[in-house]
Design a protein around this ligand. Structure first.
Ligand code: SF4
Length: 117
């Protein structure tokens, strides 16, 4: 158990840096704008976000996350989203997002457990 699991203070789940010159970097966030995941922890993993794919000048296939607000939408909501998807991170395939979006990966044998979010 970690300290964050025993506190009722949820301040660690997010913050808004309204002094950032890029703020708001993504439009459409309705709750508190969470800057904690400015560099999304899911960038190298499968995720449900509406990313597009491009190849950079070095020939590396990357995600363009300009249209994604999932890591920014509300302190608690975005915190919970990132924690759930990091429970069983699966390296990104390098392929475009699917329709419907990628389901949250589970360990082998537990594919159908838990809510699909
Ligand atoms: S699409 Fe969204 S959730 Fe996925 S890596 Fe990009 S910012 Fe993170």
């Amino acid at each position: 158990m970690e300290p964050k699991d025993t506190t009722t203070n949820e301040a660690f789940k997010g913050f808004t840096n309204s002094a950032c010159p890029f703020f708001p970097c993504h439009r459409g966030v309705k709750g508190e704008f969470n800057c904690l995941f400015c560099y999304c922890p899911l960038i190298a993993y499968e995720c449900p976000g509406p990313y597009t794919v491009f190849t950079d000048k070095n020939g590396v296939v990357r995600k363009d996350c300009s249209a994604c607000i999932l890591p920014h939408e509300g302190f608690r909501k975005s915190w919970n989203f990132i924690q759930r998807w990091l429970e069983y991170p699966v390296p990104w395939s390098g392929k475009p997002q699917t329709n419907p979006p990628t389901r949250r990966p589970r360990p082998p044998g537990r594919e159908n457990e838990g809510p699909d979010d």
